[in-house]
Design a binder for this molecule. Structure first.
Ligand SMILES: [Zn+2]
Length: 326
């Protein structure tokens, strides 16, 4: 049965509201976590609040739109699908009460390496790198010049973090993992600290999946850009994450969400793997609404976050108008 949630807006066109790994201070072009994520107490970078759960009903108030389950997507229909990536605690703690209050179905895409405490939230570990680097950041890179930046003020630290983030994103996946591992070793960063703080573990996910509004999805094992992996590794990330979720939670996901989700992370090859593995839908972070004719294994979404979005901005995105101009 389709549910109608009173969280609606004018000019509603179909979309997927997106959420993904969140380099909060790394630049506004990056995908962001949907739900509220409070800065750590020692966060010297003073990133803006990215609380979204309160913003959604506020921005959508007064109208009604159908909130559909990801398993019921109909391309071209006037409805929204709400999705949350990675398996953060803030989904349970902040978004879920709002979703339940509106009887709004939603999908949660779980990265098994986060639940296992085995894959780092590397974009957040970079904040620790900047915090611990003293007045000067000097990091050798496998290709090109080293990252070199002054860290004498908060503004300089934020700029250095953005630079480091995007220089890392420009590397291929093996070089990228090598640099991340080297930084964690050099700056004595314990990846499980962030994971324990932010991500649901399996026992907590067991409790979450009893929520009838939830559709469970897979989001890889290690959160790589799958499009940059050899095909055997890409297939394994998409297959083993599904099977691991099934083994832990007793539910076999039929939906997949590509980590990072941009053009480097998901393309025709990955869509074909998703089809071969039996995923009914697979979601990117390419911006857009759900128009007819789209590839169901390469669907666009709209990232929702509090860094650059206010209620009117969100209303405009959901209208679909910005995507008509592309
Ligand atoms: Zn993600």
């Amino acid at each position: 049965m389709r549910r109608v949630a009173r969280v609606a807006l004018a000019l509603a066109l179909p979309l997927l509201a997106a959420a993904c790994a969140s380099p909060q201070a790394a630049g506004d072009a990056a995908p962001m976590s949907f739900a509220q994520q409070k800065p750590a107490a020692d966060d010297i970078l003073k990133r803006p609040s990215d609380s979204v759960a309160p913003a959604v009903p506020g921005s959508l108030a007064g109208r009604t739109i159908r909130v559909s389950k990801v398993s019921d997507i109909r391309l071209g229909a006037r409805e929204v699908v709400l999705t949350f990536d990675d398996g953060y605690k803030d989904l349970r703690d902040h978004a879920l009460p709002v979703l339940k209050a509106h009887d709004a179905p939603f999908a949660a895409f779980i990265c098994t390496g986060f639940a296992d405490r085995a894959a780092p939230l590397w974009w957040l570990d970079l904040e620790d790198v900047v915090q611990r680097a003293g007045d000067m950041l000097e990091i050798a890179m496998p290709h090109g010049l080293p990252v070199s930046a002054s860290l004498r003020s908060t503004a300089e630290k934020q700029a250095a973090l953005r630079t480091l983030y995007w220089r890392l994103r420009a590397l291929d996946e093996p070089a990228f993992r090598q640099v991340i591992g080297g930084l964690q070793y050099r700056y004595q960063i314990e990846p499980t600290r962030r994971l324990n703080d932010l991500c649901l573990e399996w026992s907590e996910l067991e409790a979450l999946v009893t929520e009838p509004l939830l559709t469970l999805g897979a989001h890889s094992m290690t959160h790589p850009r799958i499009g940059l992996l050899p095909i055997e590794d890409a297939e394994r990330e998409m297959r083993v994450s599904r099977d691991t979720i099934a083994a832990h939670l007793g539910i076999t996901p039929k939906h997949f969400c590509y980590p990072v989700g941009d053009q480097t992370a998901a393309g025709a090859r990955e869509a074909e793997i998703a089809r071969r593995l039996g995923y009914v839908t697979a979601l990117t972070t390419r911006p857009g609404v759900l128009r007819e004719g789209l590839d169901m294994q390469l669907l666009p979404r709209i990232s929702v976050n509090g860094l650059f979005q206010n209620p009117s901005y969100l209303r405009a995105l959901i209208s679909g108008v910005p995507f008509m101009l592309r």
